[in-house]
Design a protein around this ligand. Sequence first.
Ligand SMILES: [Ca+2]
Length: 508
Amino acid sequence: MPARILTFLIVVAIGLLGAPHLPPESVVHRVSEARLASFPAWLAVTAAKAATAAEVVKRPNVLFIAVDDLRPQMGCYGQSQMVTPHLDALAASGTRFDLANCMVPVCGASRSSLMTGLRPTRSRFRTWNCSTEKDAPGIVPLNAHFKQHGYDTLTNGKVFNNPGDCQYGWSEPDWRPGPMRYHVPENQRLHLERNVDGRRRGPATEMSDAPIKEYRDGEVLGKSLEDLRRLARKEQPFFLAVGFHRPHLPFVAPRKYWELYDRSRIKLPGTYREAPQGAPSQALHTFGELRAYADIPARGPVSDETAITLIHGYYACVSFVDSLVGALLDELDRLELSGNTIVVLWGDHGWNLGEHTLWCKHCCFETSLRAPLLVRVPGMPAGVKCRAPVEFIDVYPSLCELAGLPLPEHLQGTSFVPLLRGADGQTGKQAAIGRYGNGETIRTTQYRYTEYLDDRGRPMARMLYDHQADPDETVNVVEHPANRELVDRLSKRLRETRGSPPRHPSAR
Ligand SMILES: [Ca+2]
């Protein structure tokens, strides 16, 4: 059927069904060819919303905060050296998920999976800049689902990795701050000199006295505060997505956040010198992402001095973002919106700060896959600490449940709303699955088991860590005879979950 006729049918159908806040004209312009090809599924979701205007107005707002490359390096996660009072307060006022797992430890793929509620596969959501729309054609992402159900949906900064991704799901164009930048003249010069190929950068860290508003995340905060004030005056509920860029490299932060930490007290991690005993070579990498920076050697390990500076810079960036989150939440209070706004904060994946000889993400260790997830829901218990495994694909169905929206058919996650009520251990899922490259990994409350597969899907190498006995993953015990049955069981569960047939025809 020609696309023009399909478009006409969609417009007629939407007209008949009613589509508040989503005029047919904008649908025509924004629906991609891929979405046209699978329009019946998309239409089914549109048809599912039947709320009256009054019901829509009563729905809670959502403040959705993504923090790039933030691992659970906060006071509330037991890191007592960290100065993160606002994140700690957010955790204390809601639920802290201790075993939240990203689906893929790399920016774009992790975000595409979370925003669609679809698992990554060997061919979908693989890279830092993957296209959500190309990888999951016809799937209604989280932002579009909320928009279709009467929400004003806005995004500032890095939420989807690519600014153009799923634009039709936002009420206003995807807003981004200016490009990545340094603030110290010498670093600016170095960056300009080196970055002729678009890949090499200035130094990996920077401490400066530039005002906050000159930082990209300062811009993101400023725009988000303006939006909150504007949205507060409307009756329509909002879904405001705010994506902060730090603590992603380079670790560029104002001096005052560096000065929160005494360099002489920063320690290298206990697993800094060696990879886990018995870990396969596939588990390791040479942190190419970090090597793009001017002060990092082209090969081999970084010096201990540089390692301490990197850790210091990461801490400074985390505290910087903590203060920005605090400013957002203060404004929410000041505008008297907190009583009707769900707050979700997540880091898109973990980060190796020298553990296992590694820097950056891109691997199947706990340090790379485990990420922070804090959720505050008005009227729900405060100070909940959830130890059950959750997956980032659970965020989409959970927000639907909390906002009273129908669940799209394609979702592969499970709502964690019972866990927000403190039902830890009774209703949570038993395991989280993740992947990176040809590695597939499963995390139960006690174990992390990973298989590296060849092109035909056969395991080439495996690793097993017992988090009860070895929380830092220092010894691969997969070959231990006593673990044979356990390994078979975990391998079977991994295969079953990754191979589960999707409910939606496009969700392969
Ligand atoms: Ca990231």
